[in-house]
Design a protein around this ligand. Sequence first.
Ligand code: FES
Length: 316
Amino acid sequence: MTWTEAVVVARFLATPDIAVIDLAPGEGTGFPAYTAGAHIDVLTDSGLVRQYSLCGPPESGRYRLAVLNAPDSRGGSQAMHALDVGDRLRISAPRNRFPLVTARRHLLFAGGIGITPLLAMVRQLKYEGGDYALRYCARSRARAAFVPELADDPRVTFHFDDEHPDQMLDMARDLGGPQPDTAVYVCGPGGFMDHVLGKAEALGWPPQTLHKERFSNSHADAQANAAGSGGFTIRLASTRAEYFVPEGSSVLDVLLENGVAAPHSCQLGICGECVVRVLAGDADHRDDVLTADERAAGMFATCSSRALSPTLELDL
Ligand code: FES
């Protein structure tokens, strides 16, 4: 991972627990361009790496992040909330695992802080004259970020838990059955994602029409997920070296312990940085980042996925 220095040039609270942070280049030339749905990695002083979607207007030359202060995180969000104007931090170049696809219509479902990549999508679709609708769910109006800048858009519908029951999200009514040439995008906390995606599938939407970005995996959940039960062997295609992955360790853990320069970032199964290709063996996919097509093509997230076969050969 190559890190670039950035400086905080603006910071304000969008809600009592969501900080909006604007970054400018800390040195040299401007930031790389990005498209809606992109995120950057942020390396905090405590060494944690966290992913944040870019939600500001790209033409500003700045990167805008919105960070929920999550008390049960490992400290990444608290460190971000403690930032002040003039503070410096290290960031990666933008990556986009959640891009807008070519479709006649785009249906966007945001839960809470999951609004951040979808806000960028709304802005891009509006600019391009695209056909879209955004449904934005949050616990309350006061705890939802960016409501003022979305409120005048007739294609945006809000659903607040503490308001009239009739305005709550109803997937049968608000999504309905599959529509031709229509893409669905979902981002938010795990429970929200499971609800929306589960209902969409039950309504008959094919998996390839459903696009998701999950960024609230807890570290404890991710570790338990990757640790799995039972061990297996991995073989590196380049050297034929074999390593055993015991119960309690991830593939990535074993690679790093053995000095293999395996790419990685979030270690939560959500960023895609650790993905390699499986050349032989059956994968047990446990990540939240790869699509069904990518899995079918042999892609494998070493930080979170395991093996169904005794041995997995990796393109490393
Ligand atoms: S390191 Fe992020 S998905 Fe594996």
